[in-house]
Design a protein around this ligand. Structure first.
Ligand code: GLC
Length: 412
């Protein structure tokens, strides 16, 4: 085994807390939803049993509604804000946040299913329940696209897409608070105060609604159909269907949800931008921001706009050294080192490249894979990287970045 692979394993093991893995020490001291899913893919390359434990420990936090939370607070870590008392979300078996995160888990279970079909089969009901929750709670009108009710629910917290919808959020009741993130990472790489006030106002709103899905869907000032979450869910549904067909499960139910999403995905198409963009379901506006999620259509098995999407990728590729920037460098909101406003994430590259490969676009798939390899080789397992010069940004020793190195077989 090469040195980078050995470092990747060490990084993940150092972040392991027994049955689960934290994203990185200090900045993120709990179990995060899609981090754990991606991390399990990496762990599976050297310890299959531990990979299943990672997945099962995440599912153990599922709420009776079917929601699997974005953070499981398994211990009280005063170094993290906002912690369990701010969330006040007590509907689940483990203290948690009150929102979810992109549902990549079923695709991970599908990828690992051959290593242990019984463990995969045992997870199908919980995964189905979670997907059904997305359909009911985040797409109550059956549009075929799912909304996020908080920027954190999208997993792409600080995207420019949230700026306009975010203006509706009343922050007057937020009051004083002390952030912890900016004492751990350069403030220039983290969200600004205005964004953070909105994040907290939405947490307060959810808590006031007692985290009741119907009340949140009806009344939240923030209800935005997200391209990445929708694409990831659609792929996960397809993978869950394959699991159900081979191992037993509610195939009919899943097929119906897939058909609804296949019909709905086109709502996110923005002709002006030549890309799939987020859709503010409160105002009816389609965002003009092209983000890395715009290229996840292939990952979702949607090939309708192939030429236009690839044209947009080509245009963007000319203005960066490393693909895929989280935000279009042509946008006034672009910032190469600020959280989700420009930097590259290895996990997003992994999904985009996989989709491009399946679409037969091998040149683009390889380019993105090679760029990811170069970023990690030169910058280590960083949280994210500048697309302009490859500079490592945010937190270090990140589990999911290390996991992508291993899962993707990026080499030594
Ligand atoms: C940030 C990211 C989110 C991730 C979390 C832990 O909040 O935006 O996607 O899950 O960090 O790594």
């Amino acid at each position: 085994m090469g040195t980078i692979a050995a470092d990747a394993i060490r990084t993940i093991q150092d972040n392991s807390r027994g049955g689960f893995t934290v994203p990185t020490k200090g900045l993120y001291p709990y179990q995060w939803n899609w981090d754990s899913a991606f991390t399990a893919l990496g762990i599976a390359t050297y310890d299959v049993d531990r990979a299943w434990i990672e997945i099962e420990s995440l599912v153990a936090g599922q709420w009776p509604s079917g929601m699997i939370p974005h953070i499981l607070f398994r211990a009280d870590e005063p170094s993290y804000f906002p912690g369990p008392s701010v969330w006040g979300a007590s509907r689940g078996p483990i203290p948690s946040s009150g929102i979810s995160q992109p549902p990549v888990l079923a695709s991970v279970v599908f990828a690992l299913s051959r290593t242990d079909p019984d463990r995969a089969r045992a997870l199908v009901p919980a995964l189905n329940k979670w997907h059904d929750w997305w359909a009911r709670a985040r797409d109550p009108d059956g549009l075929g696209v799912v909304a996020v009710t908080h920027p954190w629910e999208s997993g792409r917290d600080n995207l420019p897409d949230w700026d306009r919808p975010g203006k509706r959020i009343d922050v007057s009741g937020v009051g004083e608070y002390t952030r912890r993130d900016t004492s751990l990472v350069d403030a220039g790489m983290r969200p600004g105060k205005e964004d953070y006030d909105r994040y907290l106002a939405l947490v307060n709103f959810g808590r006031e609604m007692d985290w009741d899905d119907a009340r949140i869907a009806a009344g939240s000032p923030f209800f935005v159909a997200d391209v990445a979450t929708t694409a990831i869910l659609l792929r996960s549904e397809r993978d869950l269907l394959r699991l159900s067909e081979s191992l037993g499960g509610p195939a009919e139910e899943i097929r119906a949800r897939i058909e609804c999403m296949e019909r709905g995905f086109g709502r996110l198409w923005n002709e002006r931008a030549g890309a799939y963009c987020s859709h503010d379901l409160r105002s009816g506006e389609l965002s003009d921001e092209v983000t890395s999620a715009s290229f996840l259509c292939f990952y979702a098995g949607i090939f309708d706009r192939r030429a236009e999407v690839l044209g947009t990728l080509e245009r963007i590729s000319k203005s960066v050294k490393r693909l895929v920037p989280s935000c279009d460098p042509g946008s006034p909101s672009f910032d190469p080192v600020r959280y989700w406003r420009g930097p590259v994430w290895a996990i997003v590259n992994y999904m985009i490249s996989l989709g491009l490969r399946e679409a037969g676009e091998l040149g683009w798939a390889d380019r993105i894979r090679e760029d990811t390899r170069a970023l990690i080789r030169e910058g280590g397992f960083a949280e994210y990287y500048s697309p302009l010069d490859g500079r490592a940004c945010g937190g270090r020793d990140f589990s999911w970045t290390a996991a992508i190195w291993l899962a993707w077989g990026l080499g030594d």
